[in-house]
Design a protein around this ligand. Structure first.
Ligand code: CP3
Length: 333
C-alpha cells in the first residue's frame, strides 16, 4: 500500500506524501518528444505501451508517491459514442450528441471501448518502478462530463444557461453515472489503488443547482467506489463551500484549489486534505516557490495532508523546479 493511502487511513508515515495533477505532460521534454510523434491525443492515450511510458516519466525523475495514469476525463463521452478531438491551441472539441445511440450503450460496449486504458493500468501496476507507490485512476465528475458533452468544448467563465433546458439532460446524467461506475470498477479491477474525481467546472454552478448536479451524483459515485474497497479523492474545483461538500459527499480526501484560503479549510474540514498551492508558484524563483510550499505544509501540519497543487502543473514549468519542490516536501519535518 502506498503512502497516500496510508495518509488517508491515518497510518503513521514518515513524511508528507506528494504527487501532482498533470505530473505527466507538456512541461517534460520526454513527453513532448513522444507527443510530437503522436499527433492524435486520443490514439496516444489508447496506446497502452506509450501511455504507460508517459505515466512513468515523472516517476523516473522525481521522488513522487503516486503515479496517475496518462488518460483523460473525456474518455467517458468517447466511450458513449460522442466524437472527441483535441486541437492545438483550442483544447477539446466534441461532436453532436446522438441520444438514441448514447442512451442505448451497454456496459459491455463501454468497457470494450475503454479496454486499452485497463490494459495500461494492468501493465503499469506490474512495473517495478511502481514498487509500493499508489496507482491513481480517475474519472471526471458527472457535472463536468455533462458540461463537456452539452457544451462540446471547454466552457468560459460563465455557462450558457441553455444547457439546463436540454430535454434529455436527466437521462444523460443517469447514463454518465452508469459509465463512470463501469469505468471506475474496471480501473480498480485492473490495479488502480486510488480514484480521483475531477470536477473542474464545479465552480460554475449556482448554489440552488449544486444538489442535483454535484452532490447527488458525486455522492453516489463516492459510495460506489468505497464499496469497491478503494479510497476516493474529490476535486470540486472552485466550489464555494468545501465544508458542505465534504459533509454531504463524504469522500476519503478532498483536493482544494488555489483560490481557497487554506487556513479556513484547515479549521473547517476534518477529512484528509490534498493540494492547494498555486501551480504558478513553480514559475517563481526557488526561494519564493519554497516559501509558498512551506506555508501549506505548516498550515496542514496537524492534519492528514497530501501535498499537491491547486490545479495541474503548467506547461511552462521547469522540471528542475518540480524536483526541488518534491525534495523539499519529502525533507520537511
Ligand atoms: O498527469 C495527469 O494528471 C494525468 C493525465 C490527465 C490528463 N487530463 C492528460 C491531458 C488528467 C488527470 C486529465 C484530466 C482532465 N482532462 C481534466 C480535469 C483536470 C483539469 O485540468 O481541470 C479536464 C478538464 C480535461 C479535459 C482536457 N484535456 C482539456 C480541457 C485539455 C486541453 C487543455 C490542456 O490542458 O491542454 C485536455 C488535454 C490534455 N489532457 C493534455 C494532457 C497531458 C494536453 C495534451 C497535449 O496537448 O499534449
Amino acid at each position: 500500500m502506498g503512502a497516500i493511502k496510508d495518509c488517508i487511513n491515518g497510518k503513521k508515515i514518515s513524511n508528507t506524501p506528494v504527487w501532482f495533477m498533470r505530473q505527466a505532460g507538456r512541461y517534460l521534454p520526454e513527453f513532448r518528444e513522444i507527443r510530437s510523434r503522436n499527433t492524435n491525443f486520443i490514439e496516444l492515450c489508447l496506446n497502452p505501451s506509450l501511455s504507460k511510458e508517459i505515466s512513468i516519466q515523472p516517476l523516473k525523475r522525481f521522488n513522487l508517491d503516486a503515479l496517475i495514469i496518462f488518460s483523460d476525463i473525456l474518455f467517458i463521452p468517447y466511450a458513449l459514442g460522442q466524437s472527441v478531438e483535441f486541437q492545438k491551441n483550442f483544447g477539446p472539441k466534441l461532436g453532436e450528441l446522438d441520444y438514441k445511440d448514447i442512451l442505448g450503450k451497454s456496459d459491455k460496449e463501454i468497457s470494450l471501448k475503454l479496454n486499452p486504458i485497463y490494459e495500461l493500468i494492468k501493465i503499469t501496476s506490474k512495473d517495478e518502478i511502481l514498487n509500493d507507490k499508489d496507482l491513481i485512476g480517475f474519472t471526471g465528475a458527472t457535472w463536468t462530463i455533462m458540461v463537456y458533452m452539452l457544451n462540446k468544448k471547454s466552457p468560459k467563465k460563465k455557462l450558457d444557461e441553455n444547457i439546463f433546458n436540454n430535454l434529455q439532460q436527466d437521462d444523460l446524467i443517469t447514463k454518465i453515472v452508469q459509465a463512470q461506475k463501469i469505468h471506475i470498477k474496471n480501473q480498480v479491477e485492473s490495479g488502480a489503488s486510488l480514484i480521483q474525481i475531477f470536477d473542474s467546472w464545479a465552480g460554475l454552478l449556482d448554489e440552488e443547482k449544486i444538489e442535483k448536479y454535484i452532490y447527488q451524483p458525486t455522492k453516489e459515485i463516492v459510495e460506489f467506489t468505497k464499496r469497491l474497497g478503494v479510497e476516493v479523492i474529490c476535486f470540486p474545483r472552485n466550489i464555494k463551500n468545501y465544508k458542505k461538500f465534504c459533509e454531504i459527499v463524504n469522500p476519503s480526501a478532498i483536493s482544494i484549489d488555489y483560490d481557497v484560503d487554506p487556513i479556513k479549510i484547515a479549521e473547517s474540514v476534518n477529512i484528509p486534505i490534498q493540494g492547494g498551492m498555486d501551480p504558478k508558484c513553480l514559475l517563481l524563483d526557488k526561494n519564493d516557490m519554497l516559501k509558498n510550499a512551506k506555508r501549506y505544509l505548516e498550515i496542514f501540519k496537524n492534519h492528514k495532508y497530501i501535498f499537491n497543487l491547486g490545479h495541474g502543473v503548467l506547461p511552462e514549468t521547469k522540471p528542475e523546479n518540480v524536483k526541488i519542490l518534491v525534495d523539499y516536501v519529502k525533507d520537511f519535518k
